[in-house]
Design a binder for this molecule. Structure first.
Ligand code: GEK
Length: 241
């Protein structure tokens, strides 16, 4: 059972945000009230995985948290002999993810692994999903991780990448931040919760501009890059090898 996110509801000394047991307990509520369109993004990533999955290949869910994207991909895979590898470096997340996945039946095998995606092998992949995970990787490691993913993808394989983005300039960034904060208020977060969460996350989640993502993916060699979703400062794209 998971509950309502009230982690920052009381005034406190703010430490850097981590994906610990407290976060696991409220994660579905937290992400759903914080990320506009989360349910649409997860279900569409599943559909895209169904379209791009290749027979005899592996689909990856990097930074899987409780396995929402894994489940969505698994529901949509129709090709033969596919498996899913879901990886997260939070042991609390991985333990809960395994329990959660046991609640659903499927013929597609899933391996849930505790590990750092910077160190994990990506091999024989037709689909690699990173739903709001790259933003937690140190900026200087991002290109290397994406190069490894590109190398592990089969021709025609895809990266499904969702990210919180930074506006292209200060004015645009503030406009998007204001809209996002309004969204959080409308979902019941108080001013204190919004501001304390912002402080907790600012050293751990460094966002890139959409133009930075686009240029980096092109530079790495992705052939087609298409943003299919954006609401405020949250976007999701497909990059095809
Ligand atoms: C969802 N995709 O529900 N290696 C492995 N995992 C990592 C690393 C790393 N180096 N860094 C962070 N994580 C999910 C949501 S949440 C996004 C993803 C959010 C993991 C971290 O432990 C957390 O579970 C996840 O990436 C990011 O569709 O909470 O905004």
């Amino acid at each position: 059972m998971t509950g309502k996110d009230s982690i920052y509801a009381t005034e406190q000394t703010i430490k850097d945000f981590t994906f610990d047991q407290h976060v696991v307990e409220v994660f579905p509520d937290m992400i759903q009230r914080s990320v506009p369109g989360y349910a649409t993004i997860v279900s569409t990533m599943g559909k895209l995985a169904g379209t791009y999955a290749q027979s005899n290949s592996t689909l990856y869910d990097l930074g899987c948290s409780l396995g929402a994207v894994t489940l969505s991909m698994r529901r949509n895979i129709e090709k033969e002999n596919c498996q899913i590898v879901a990886i997260d470096n939070s042991s609390a997340m991985v333990e809960r993810c395994k329990l959660h996945l046991q609640g659903f039946k499927s013929d597609v095998p899933v391996k849930v692994e505790l590990g750092d995606i910077n160190e994990s092998a990506i091999e024989n992949a037709s689909v690699v999903a990173m739903n709001f995970t790259l933003q937690f990787i140190a900026p200087e490691q991002r290109a290397h991780l994406l190069e490894k993913i590109f190398a592990g993808l089969k021709p025609g394989g895809v990266l499904l990448l969702s990210e919180k983005i930074r506006g292209e300039n200060e004015f645009n960034d503030n406009l998007l931040i204001d809209l996002h904060h309004d969204f959080k208020r409308a979902n019941g977060y108080s001013e204190l919760e919004i501001s304390q969460k912002r402080t907790a996350i600012e050293n751990v989640m460094i966002t890139d501009k959409l133009s930075t993502h686009h240029a980096r993916l092109l530079q790495i060699g992705f052939k087609h890059i298409q943003v299919w979703y954006q609401c405020f400062n949250f976007c999701s794209l497909v990059a095809v090898k």
